[in-house]
Design a protein around this ligand. Sequence first.
Ligand code: ZN
Length: 337
Amino acid sequence: MSATTPDLSLYDPFTGMRFAQHCFLCGTPTPAPSDSVLVFDRWLLERYQLTDLQIKLLDQSVLAYPELRMPCCAECRQQYVEPLEQTVAQAVQTGAVALRSLDEKTLFLWLGKMFYGVMLLEILNELDPLVKPLYPLAENTQLLRKLQCFFQVFQALRVPIVYEDFTPASIFILETAPLEDTIPFEYDDDLSTMTFSIKLDETVLVSCLIDNGLLRQAMGRVYRDAQRPLHPIQIAEFKARVYYGAYLLNVVPDYFPRPVQPGDTELVFDTLIDDVTREIFNPWENSAYGTSLQEMWKRWQIPYTEIMRDARQPLSYLYDQDGEPLVLERWEGLTEK
Ligand SMILES: [Zn+2]
């Protein structure tokens, strides 16, 4: 393949559900276990000392971070995955400002790679006949359809793709205040809503990977107000809003690659969201949001009853009673509030 004629052919692993022993990006058979890449790259494992840590899959089986791998051919690894990881690693090394100034597409592809990697592990695990998962993803057609849409835009990691007038994901970039910030690395996800969050030193990236930026629009004010160093309990609240908001999202975008003309060097994708026959978000319910808060605030052990003391206005550390942004340097327990 010469440099002047890039390969614009798309790949769809969902046709025939080809996930095992095929490159996750291009579908090339990868029979050897060494034909693979780490879901969380080596530099992350080293920088944040994750080598001995484990991750729990949905069926409760446990894997160590270095065991989290996805099949990948040598070409895709060298040409696409490694350069992407290098770009982000360098930015993290340089500092939070460099990380925050990476372009959205790079962040989307990088977050997307880890999200998709975790997802693949879950699916591959389920295809193991000995495993009886509680909530089988491979049988969840709605989720598979979302994942398929996600993969269409995510393969911009390999194929030069222009997103015409849209951005595939909502990406939020937050900064923690150092005073009570003790955890350098943190990662969580919600596979069903395709939401993913990762903390790298003082920077926290939170993303809903399949909403065409709708959540970020809807959270415009909260996100603007959060553009300041935040206490970890405030970050957790922000994440609860994103995770719950993603859960309310009621639409899945459709993506349409334009027909390729001779001489084209990139694909152009258009998108459509059906906001005519259905609401974009289901209605917000404080009681359900309170559960999301409780989950995100687990570290602070705040009881649900405290969170919901005022059912019309669940407990907040981002805003005070009058709805003004709250400055919180130390969290000194519930009585402080
Ligand atoms: Zn490949």
